[in-house]
Design a protein around this ligand. Structure first.
Ligand code: ZN
Ligand code: FE
Length: 241
């Protein structure tokens, strides 16, 4: 079994670190910064051998150069965005296989937040790293894509088994929950989840990972009926504040 920890970075990013005690391998997903991530690894006696990036935004790749300089790690990133990402060794696209910490992942292209955004789906391990595409009770803003694309991403993610753990790029859960209850005021599961998340945040806890089952039950974007409904929700969320 691998160990997975969240390293908080910048305002509300999480850098996910995966560690395999058997092989000693460590991977960092979307390192926002170098020093904080290197320190978090060193504190555990881990050395980062691999970086996986989901998209080119600086809060997801800002640590690439420094981590590579310090460790000589290999960096995997979306091929379509490799020119905008520092230190890429391998550009990957839909269907490519990636191995990290002894686990196999398949690459999904899930464009819309950025045009080349990808996810790493570790099918056998039951986990997916989705960057800024799916959040707990939310989804990423459409900076480089369309509602059609993001709706398709939500539908595709919803086909995964319920117990698949979803590792998101930001701690947006509480703000998303507060918005989601205004959209689905009769959703009891959502109302309960808001209460749980409020408690977790006041206790200073990380609310992630979420799961596909939880998102199917409580995420308005994943529950959108069609593209028009999705687009309406995305626009409403953008102006919710
Ligand atoms: Zn982003
Ligand atoms: Fe981000």
């Amino acid at each position: 079994m691998v160990e997975i920890i969240a390293v908080p970075a910048l305002a509300d990013n999480y850098v996910w670190m995966i560690h395999d005690p058997a092989s000693g391998e460590t991977a960092a997903v979307d390192p926002s910064v170098d020093q904080g991530v290197l320190d978090a690894a060193a504190a555990r006696g881990w050395t980062i051998g691999q970086v996986l990036n989901t998209h080119w935004h600086p809060d997801h790749v800002g640590g690439n150069r420094g981590i590579k300089a310090a460790t000589g790690c290999t960096i995997t990133a979306p091929a379509a965005e490799a020119k905008r990402i520092a230190g890429v060794d391998r550009g990957v696209a839909e269907g490519d296989r990636v191995t990290a910490c002894g686990l196999d992942a398949i690459v999904w292209e899930i464009p819309a937040h950025t045009a080349g955004h990808i996810a790493y789906y570790f099918e056998a391990a039951g986990m997916i790293f989705v960057g800024d595409t799916l959040f707990a009770m939310g989804c990423g803003r459409l900076f480089e894509g369309t509602p059609e694309q993001m709706f398709a991403n939500m539908q595709r993610l919803a086909t995964l088994p319920e117990d698949v753990k979803v590792y998101c790029g930001h701690e947006y859960t509480l703000a998303n929950a507060r918005w989601a209850v205004t959209v689905e005021p009769d959703n009891q599961v959502l109302a309960e989840r808001l209460g749980e998340v409020e408690q977790m945040r006041s206790d200073g806890l990380v609310t992630l990972p979420t799961s596909i089952g939880q998102e199917r039950a409580t995420n308005p974007f994943m529950r959108a009926r069609d593209v028009a409904h999705f687009a309406e929700l995305r626009a409403a969320k953008d102006s919710f504040g």
